[in-house]
Every structure is written in C-alpha cells, then in structure tokens.
Design a protein around this ligand. Structure first.
Ligand SMILES: Nc1nc2c(c(=O)[nH]1)N[C@H]1C(S)=C(S)[C@@H](COP(=O)(O)O)O[C@H]1N2
Ligand SMILES: [Mo]
Length: 332
C-alpha cells in the first residue's frame, strides 16, 4: 500500500486570485487556490493503490497503471472551495476553472459491480491530522451514488499536467459542480455503502441548515454538495476610475452546479437590476456575462451582479457563502 508522509507544517491554504484577476478562461495552475486542511500528504506513485470495496460484487485494488485500462477523459469545470468549515457563511470566492483529466469513477465502479443496496460512495484521502481541535485518521467524504455514477472523475491531471502534491498527487476525486471539499485528494479508498458516514468532514463540519417552504430553518442539516449560484464582476476592478459619460463594459464570471440561467447587474448597490448578456452554459465551465453601463454622474458607484440557476435560486445580499459581490468604482 501507499506510504504517506505528512507535511508537519499543518494546514495549507493558498488563495492567489481576487475576482478582478479571473481574466483567464482556464485558470493557470499556479493561480488555482489550494486547500489542505491537515497538511500535504506526499505519496509515492509507484506504491499508490486504490482500493474499491464495500457493497460491490468484486472488490478491486488498482495501481496507477491499472487506471490506463479505462477510457481517458478530460472535463473543463469550475472548482470552488466553500470557505472555512469553521465559518461557512463568509464568502471567500476561491474559484477556478480547470481542465481535469483522468478516468470516470463510474467505469471503475462498474468493474467492481456496485449493487446490493449501495446508496452512497465514500472516499478516503491519505491525509490525517486535526481540524478545530478534533483528531481524524483520514479525510473522508461521501457522495450520493447517482452522482458518483454520473460525471465524477478519478483525476490524475489538471490543465494537462500531472497533479502536484498539493493538489492530490498521484490521484484524487473530482466532483464537477460540487464544492471542492468533496473532491478528495490523495485518494486511496472508495467504498460503496448503504448510509452516510459520520465524520469530521461529513456530519460534524460541511453541513448546511435545511430551509423549509416557509423560508425558515427546519432544524435538519444537509451536506454541502452542489455549488449554489454565484457570480463576480471581473472588470472594472475595485477602485477603478471611469470617465463620466464613458460607456463601461462590466463583465464577469457566473457559475452554479448545473449552470446559470440568468445574471443581473446593478449600478447602484442593488437598488435596481437589469439583465446582463450571458454566455450559454457548456458542461460545468463558468459562464461569462457582460453589460454596458454609463455612470449617471460624478461620484462613487457600487457595481454588483447576481446569478440565478434554472430553479430560480439567486444569490442573497449577505449572510451566505454565495452572497452578492460588489465593486466600488469612481466616476470623475
Ligand atoms: N484528502 C483531502 N482532500 C481534500 C482536502 C483535504 O484537506 N484533504 N481539502 C478539500 C477542500 S476543502 C477543497 S476546497 C479542495 C481543494 O482542492 P485544491 O487544493 O486542489 O484546489 O480539496 C478538497 N479535498
Ligand atoms: Mo474547501
């Protein structure tokens, strides 16, 4: 089995890009945020093995070269961190758009023959350590089996390069459209199970309140899976000076699990909104939106954007991880 050497320096969080720096369609590897709760696990590719077991007909143990038996696929997708699990409602806007390569988890699972009442797929990372003062033996997440059998990848590459140790070398899960926490790095084991696992990253942290039809919290909790609709203005940048009477192209990025169907932009801090032009969704890439705006006179103006998904869900003004982002500009 694989040997894990943990980085003793503890958690690693790198967040290189601000919204106004999201100018590349595909985020450069050096610009992709990094989030390692328990430190960086350093695995040796030669000894790496992936164990597939639980409610399957034939448990499997695969090496990296065994993965070459499966069709190689590439998926361009947003990749977003939900923010700190200790402070889950504060927006962090850690977002990237990456070309992921690897094999489909569904193909690997179908070789093992799932069945016999499996409803969830658990995935284990090789890292261990403490979060919020609580010790955990390995990073464990779970997915509904329908999603695991859909477009989830066992990824070995990002933007055409092998994964770096920080991004999960030699292989990780990538769950398109789900928050980054679900895309387990340094993947070593996949288990088909009837129930959700109790754990630090499944039931202790990374749960949201369930909201009832009346708009109130029901008291139940649900896992942080699908990415809620979100958008950011890329240009103009914060504190940019624009000429009075100039037509300013306001543009940005919008995304959601299953895509965004509408984006609105406001030039007055959210008092009035108008529809932006929106690039059609393609797979799980982010979508560009734009609108022309003219400052009505001299002074400071707050430009903001809000995205809707097909179900009509929209970004709230405050209080949630996908809260509306505003950019102040100066017209003079
Ligand atoms: N094994 C393991 N997988 C993990 C994590 C981790 O700490 N350990 N962090 C998760 C979180 S919170 C995020 S946002 C993504 C970040 O992926 P990246 O660092 O490759 O951008 O990895 C996820 N997968
Ligand atoms: Mo994250």
């Amino acid at each position: 089995m694989s040997t894990t050497i943990m980085n003793p320096s503890g958690p690693l969080i790198v967040h290189p890009l601000m919204p106004h720096q999201l100018t590349d369609e595909v985020t450069k590897l050096d610009d992709v945020f990094t989030l390692c709760h328990l430190g960086v696990a350093r695995l040796d590719a030669e000894h790496w093995r992936l164990r597939i077991d639980g409610l399957v007909d034939t448990p499997l143990t695969l090496s990296l070269s065994d993965l070459q038996d499966f069709e190689w696929v590439e998926v361009e997708s947003i990749h977003q961190c939900q923010g700190s699990p200790l402070d889950p409602n504060t927006p962090t806007r850690r977002i990237s758009n990456v070309r992921w390569s690897g094999v489909r988890l569904s193909e690997v699972l179908s070789r093992a023959g799932p069945g016999r009442g499996g409803r969830y797929v658990w995935s284990y990372g090789a890292d261990c350590g403490t979060l919020g003062g609580i010790q955990c033996d390995s990073y464990l997440k779970d997915l509904p089996i329908d999603r695991a059998l859909d477009d989830v990848l066992i990824a070995t590459g990002m933007n055409g390069s092998p994964l770096t140790p920080e991004h999960g070398y030699p292989a990780r899960l990538f769950v398109p459209g789900f928050y980054g926490t679900n895309s387990v790095k340094w993947l070593t084991r996949v288990v088909v199970a009837a129930d959700r696992p109790d754990g630090l990253f499944t039931t202790r942290f990374y749960t949201d309140p369930v909201i009832g039809d009346d708009g109130e919290e029901t008291g139940e909790r649900k896992p942080v899976w699908g990415i809620a609709p979100e958008s950011v203005i890329v240009s103009p940048a914060p504190d940019q000076i624009v000429g009075i009477g100039d037509e300013v192209l306001v543009w940005g990025r919008a995304w959601a699990d299953a895509g965004v169907s509408r984006v609105e932009v406001s030039g007055d801090g959210g008092a009035h909104w108008s529809n932006a032009d929106l690039e059609a969704g393609a797979g799980r890439r982010w979508q560009r939106f734009s609108v022309n705006w003219r400052p009505p006179g001299p002074g400071r103006f707050t430009l903001s954007s809000r995205a809707y998904n097909a179900a009509g869900e929209c970004q709230p003004p405050t209080g949630k991880r996908n809260a509306i982002y505003g950019v102040q500009v100066l017209a003079s």
